[in-house]
Design a protein around this ligand. Structure first.
Ligand SMILES: Cc1ncc(COP(=O)(O)O)c(C=O)c1O
Length: 400
């Protein structure tokens, strides 16, 4: 099959949920991807904030191939060492006492919804079922997680969704009390919003949210699926906000590219979940957990996180120096950065690809930059140069 027939066939055999460029990727090394023609692309997207260690990291490959030759799947009916070791490291790294493994961010949020509902009904009775999330939020595409996702276009075709969800305005303290009450069982928030446009939370907002949850006996759930595990320069993004959540959901980078996720919870919540309440066939398997242990250990090494913070600063400063009238705002934390343009970013993404740079979008008008956490300073400089030239050309074409 030629590259051309791959994308032709894709149109016939795949449900058409993703408009894709006519490129067929073949392999990746570090922060560079190669298509089937051998063309190189600098990766400023990391598979949507997943490939934290870049592509084909040798230690990761050794871990995964070694584990694949030993044991890949056994189900949650039995113990494996890597699952328990990874769980111990994760709960030891934050406020949580226990966790439940899943395979994706959406599943992590589904799990958190169920845990919150059970905690609330057991502790306060049957009426405390409401949930709250924020404007611009993205918590996933499965029906529960979609109910907490703000974007109308994603929700409308699938309604009715889970009832009793209200959306408070992100970073607006005044809207908290209007949307949380004594029947709220949990509030979901991304400390740095990703898909919704790359908006970091104001510390005062997250702190006010914590206080409101305490006042109304609601759980505060931080969704760190995209911003967690080192991406913002601290292990967990909420550490930078001086708050202690009740639950946290994580996924994307945890196994360095293999599907994994987890819902972490305090003992008060977790102790109410008993056999039969929840389950998952694949989650926490020995292969993904071995990859997770390797990835977690690398990211938690001394110096790794301060490097991420340093490189994030370089990238943000570099972007802020772009002298382009097309840019409305540049914002972000660590290596999760958004550049809001005055026009839709689609043409910029396409031209950047032609110029050998992968950048993502976050909504219509925002470029999202989230490279592997292992990206080098030289690669940051090359990517910035490509992006600046691309923006110049596209802005001229758009007559800006
Ligand atoms: C903050 C956040 N939560 C949840 C999800 C859903 O994760 P998944 O696509 O793995 O189901 C995403 C995906 O982008 C996300 O960014």
């Amino acid at each position: 099959m030629t590259s051309f027939s791959v994308h032709q066939k894709a149109e016939q055999v795949l449900v058409q949920t993703y408009p894709r460029p006519d490129i067929v990727f073949d392999h990746g090394i570090g922060s560079t991807l190669y298509d089937e023609t051998g063309k190189a692309y600098l990766d400023f997207g990391a598979g949507i904030a997943v490939n934290a260690l870049g592509h084909s990291d040798s230690g990761w490959v050794d871990t995964v191939t070694g584990q694949a030759g030993k044991l890949v799947h056994i189900s949650n009916l039995f113990h494996t060492r890597s699952q328990i070791e990874l769980a111990e490291k994760l709960v030891g790294s934050c406020f949580a006492d226990r966790l439940f493994f899943v395979n994706s961010g959406s599943e992590a949020n589904e799990t958190a919804i169920k845990f919150a509902r059970k905690w609330a009904s057991q502790t306060y009775g049957p009426n405390k079922t409401n949930l709250a999330a924020c404007t611009h939020s993205f918590h996933g595409r499965t029906c529960g997680a979609l109910s907490l996702t703000a974007k109308e276009k994603y929700r409308a075709p699938f309604e009715p969704l889970v009832p009793g969800v209200s959306f408070l305005e992100y970073n607006n303290i005044a809207s908290i009390e209007q949307n949380i009450g004594d029947n709220t069982c949990a509030v979901f928030v991304e400390p740095v919003q990703g898909e919704g446009g790359v908006y970091p939370a104001d510390p005062a907002f997250l702190q006010a949210l914590r206080e409101a949850c305490d006042r109304h006996n609601a759980l505060l759930v931080v969704d760190e699926v995209q911003c967690g595990l080192g991406r913002t320069g601290s292990l967990w993004a909420h550490e930078q906000y001086d708050i202690v959540p009740d639950m946290m959901t994580i996924a994307k980078p945890l196994a360095g590219g293999l599907p994994i996720g987890a819902a972490l919870a305090s003992e008060e919540v977790a102790s109410l979940i008993v056999p039969g309440d929840h389950g998952n066939t694949f989650a926490g398997g020995p292969l993904t957990c071995a990859a997770g242990l390797y990835t977690f250990d690398r990211i938690s090494q001394p110096g790794f996180l301060s490097e991420v913070a340093h490189k994030g600063k370089l990238l943000l400063e570099g972007l802020k120096k772009f002298n382009s009238p097309a840019i409305v705002e540049t914002r972000g934390k660590g290596l999760l950065i958004g550049v809001e343009l005055s026009f839709p970013v689609k043409s910029v993404l396409e031209s950047a690809l032609e110029n050998g740079l992968i950048v993502l979008s976050a909504g219509e008008n925002v470029l999202r930059i989230c490279p592997p956490l292992t990206i080098t300073e030289e690669e940051i400089s090359s990517g910035l140069a490509i992006l600046e030239n691309t923006l110049k050309t596209v802005a001229a074409q758009e007559s800006i």
